[in-house]
Design a protein around this ligand. Sequence first.
Ligand code: SDX
Length: 380
Amino acid sequence: MTDEIRRGLAGVVVDETAISKVNPETNSLLYRGYPVQELAETQPFEAVAHLLWHGELPTGDELAALRAEERRHRPLAPDVKAIVDLTSLGAHPMDEVRTAVSALGADDLAGTGTVLDASGSHDDNLARSVRLFAALPAIVAYGQRRRRGLGPVHPRDDLDYAANFLWMTFGEEADPVVVSAFERSMILYAEHSFNASTFTARVVASTLSDLYSAVTAAIGALKGPLHGGANEAVMHVLREIGTPDEVGPWLDRALAEKRRIMGFGHRVYKNGDSRVPTMKHALVALAEHVGRPDVLALSDALEREFVARKGIHPNLDYPSGPAYDLMGFDTATFTPLFAAARVTGWTAHILEQQAANALIRPLSAYVGPDERHVPGSAGG
Ligand code: SDX
């Protein structure tokens, strides 16, 4: 038994997965064998969700069936809306999303008996996965509208997932350029092997707890700025800098303060995140479409300067932040968008974990006081 400690499990292989392959040597990412760039450029997000859950791209009939099921679960359930309405407007939207998913779970699991029944069958959890995939857009969209003093927008069955998500958020039909950029971001965010939030979901699933408990735990992990919270943090950084000529002085101060520059660096990719070029392409298209070349000038300036100084490359959160801003999303909505996409990867991993389960329970090296006894006790 090795007693080498690998903090953060850096470089430690803890299990097998057939869902995705992150390869830093070739700077590539495969979802069930398909390069993510090809999926992002050719497939609807619903087809990618099917691929993650089932291991194959859907046939025409399978896609139609998934789209029908997704439409069935789109409307914001009254009890979920009530729970969101009870959440303080000051709460972070990720806490609101976690509360809403907990409410969905409590409702769905009501009456399912003892904890021994919690984990559910593969088919139960596949149905729950589709339900969360379908329900999160309404929860995230309503969260933003509520903070703006607006009511919910009812979903439209004539719109597919991405266009409907934007419709429910903004109450108007989005331009195809925006829909395409948004759908690309959801596909790129969907899955990334054993990242912190997905591994969190697998740990909870490994105890045979229920799918909703695993997803709410993952939401908590994703909220952190070292993980999913970085796309929101990128926007704060860019706003703090303001203009390209402020990049140098700002970096001087930030690096002197030993700050982590949000949107840069990655635990696995060390020469750049394979997803960035595809998302950057969508950001450029958006910036041209809405006439905001200044957004590119600023983000390019910071990337050039930081890479030149530290050799640390942008991750997916770096182009996604400004892209979501140009789409009109509030900054606080960015990480909930990440959660709405990643719920497909989380649930695929929960299904995989439960199909060949082993309780996840690592060891620790004790460095506390040697054995000692309470004065007067038998051992004292
Ligand atoms: C995501 O795992 C996934 O797959 C995650 C994700 C997914 O799809 O699920 O890809 C999504 O979470 C992307 C990452 C988003 N986070 C951020 O952008 C936050 C900023 N990034 C860093 O905090 C950092 O890069 C991490 C946390 C992402 C990764 O850090 P590691 O691998 O633990 O490396 P480290 O923290 O040990 O850093 C190594 C060195 C350190 O310098 P020294 O202390 O050794 O001198 O690089 C420096 C770090 O200070 N460094 C940075 C930096 N990232 C690393 N310095 C300044 N700014 C940064 N962003």
